[in-house]
Design a protein around this ligand. Structure first.
Ligand code: PLP
Length: 374
């Protein structure tokens, strides 16, 4: 049985071109990038090339890209590293209620360390309440962190507007763009982004590699102490193969972004369109219809229990999710669906499908056929 994979927001399959690019660095080219001899220098060069590829995707300078062990670490450095380095300026952070746990849990940790955090509400489509955000700004506010696009409902935030508000008050703006990168145009200079987190395994590179963009001039304290790698911002012998894979994945994403967005949008609209026309059960689309990630559909099916449905679909070879991968497995309702006020009867019945270039209309037909017979 072929697996039909509709969970590309949880993780993605490594692209063949990405793996091919990585292979030498997992085999013959194993030098430590800090070593002076030639195989060491080769690793170093490969890292710098990847840095350029990542920088090109988000339009920053390559010396503003720092490699990390993934989106979670990038988020941790952005929040903790920035707060520690800037605590004499203030101790207040603003974020939203629908962030990924990598942000929310880090904020909770910082609260225990004496920092103050405001968690801003979102409206029924998942957009952050701008007036509330403005009213929470204090003289002690040093950082605003709002995700570019949500991992559960795909809502795309007005990042430029939020960055502008931050800058008007001399506040630094960070965005968790793990879901956004590769799925929408990101230009950090045009959008006014000061720090940005991204992750390899959400864009067809391996797990355990990520990057953080830190605009030149912004002070960030080290979280991982040790050697002086990554311009002394993040210690540890570089994950050369992972870095090379991330670089290649960014290059491909950059090259293909227009066709990618068009294709997955078509898949998603086809899926939603068929459900709206043909489902005998009542459905509810969770999140904004217009301003959402191209490949994301989050739909509740009245009277259906999403975890039961996930297992049922798994038996047919279809992978979907009930929300974020991190919260599946525990039974409490999604904090994101609660924040957008999804009615009780739709709260435990949400199914998230997230499409990628490898998916086909036939695969969607197969899923729709099963859903119609629930
Ligand atoms: C997946 C994800 C993360 C975590 O990234 P990892 O590389 O898995 O640590 C952070 N934020 C968002 C929005 C995500 O979707």
């Amino acid at each position: 049985m072929n697996t039909i994979y509709f969970d590309n927001s949880a993780t993605t399959k490594i692209k063949t071109e990405v793996l091919n690019e990585m292979m030498p660095f997992l085999t013959t080219e194993f030098g430590n990038a800090s070593s002076l001899y030639s195989i060491g220098r080769k690793s170093k060069r490969a890292i710098e090339r990847a840095r350029k590829q990542v920088a090109q995707l988000i339009n920053c300078n390559q010396n503003e890209i720092f490699f990390t062990a993934g989106g979670s670490e990038s988020d941790n450095i952005s929040l903790k590293g920035f707060s520690y380095a800037n605590k004499e300026k203030g101790n207040h952070i603003i974020t939203s209620k629908i962030e990924h746990p990598a942000i929310l849990e880090t904020c909770k940790f910082l609260e225990k360390q004496g920092f103050q955090v405001s968690y801003i509400n979102v409206d029924e489509n998942g957009f952050i309440k701008i007036d509330e955000l403005k009213s929470e700004i204090r003289p002690s506010t040093i950082l605003i962190s709002v995700m570019a696009a949500n991992n559960e409902i795909g809502t795309i935030q007005p990042i430029e507007q939020i960055a502008e508000i931050a800058h008007n008050h001399n506040i630094v703006f960070h965005t968790d763009a793990v879901q956004a990168v590769g799925n929408m145009h990101i230009d950090v200079s045009k959008m006014g982004i000061d720090m940005l987190s991204l992750s390899g395994h959400k864009i067809h590179a391996p797990k355990g590699i990520g990057a953080l963009y830190i605009k030149n001039g912004i002070q960030v304290e080290k979280i991982v102490n040790g050697g002086h790698q990554e311009k002394d911002k993040r210690a540890g012998t570089e994950n050369v193969a992972g870095i090379v894979g991330l670089g290649k994945a960014c290059e491909i994403a950059h090259k293909n972004i227009e066709t990618h967005i068009k294709y997955v949008t078509k898949l998603r609209d086809y899926y939603i369109g068929r459900l709206q026309k043909e489902m005998p059960k009542k459905i509810r689309i969770n999140g904004s219809v217009e301003n959402r990630l191209p490949g994301n559909a989050n739909i509740s099916f009245e009277g259906v229990n999403s975890s039961e449905l996930i297992f049922k679909l798994d038996e047919k070879g279809i992978c979907v999710s009930s929300g974020s991968a991190c919260s599946s497995g525990k039974t409490s309702p999604s904090h994101v669906l609660q924040a957008i006020n999804v009615p009780e009867k739709y709260l435990d019945s949400a199914i998230r499908t997230t499409f990628c270039d490898n998916n086909t209309f036939e695969e969607i037909d197969y899923l729709v056929k099963i859903l119609k017979n629930l």
